[in-house]
Design a protein around this ligand. Sequence first.
Ligand code: ZN
Length: 262
Amino acid sequence: MIDIGVNLTSPRFKDVPSILSRAKNSGVRKMVITGTSLNESKNAISMCESSYNYPDNFLFSTVGIHPHEAKNFSPESLNELKKLSTHSCVVAIGETGLDYYRNFSSRESQIESFTKHIELAIEKDLPLFLHERDAFDDQIRILESFGKDLPKSVIHCFTGSQTNLLKYLEMGLYIGITGWICDINRGKKLRNIVKNIPLEKLMVETDAPYLLPQNMPDLPKNKINEPAFLKYVLDEIAVNRCESFDEISSLTSKNAKSFFNL
Ligand SMILES: [Zn+2]
């Protein structure tokens, strides 16, 4: 299994070496740490370059500024991102996109930041790690404005409708599925449509420490999700697609390897 979205730099993770060894023991072969701000992107790169990554090339990273943080986006931060993106462990630009659900940053600053991230991905020839919530129309409009230049992209933690899904697929995007699908109420819609994602476009992620899979037989008391729990996301996907765990595991790993060039 390959976890394409882990917030490993979160302060909620107190003991990273244990998190990594539990992940390996549960069958996670590689993971991509999500960069959500300049600082978190730098921390993610440091983790990739640290002894945590020894002896196997286990950790990779994205660099980007989350739409919630877009108010802090500036020409200077873009320059910083540009520099960070040259590190060999950096495999995508993001997470970036639009979030009109929380609106922690104004729509104008989100659109500005998003557009600059896409331009950076094109310049650096890196894929895009995308976030979108309640902003589908604007997100599509901006992505489509780049036409054929748009780099290959994954919409991470997809939770949208069937219509949204079909549009993203029509545009050639990959779809990242998290433990949202395991949620009894919130995940219902996603469980019904997950079978409509072609296997060659599917990838899996925990978004840890968030989105603890609710189908776990024993939920940890601290409620903290970690990459070792990725298998529960795969379980739920497998059941709802009527496919085997092994098939999902091997195909999503293959997709992640070629998408991020791991
Ligand atoms: Zn996100």
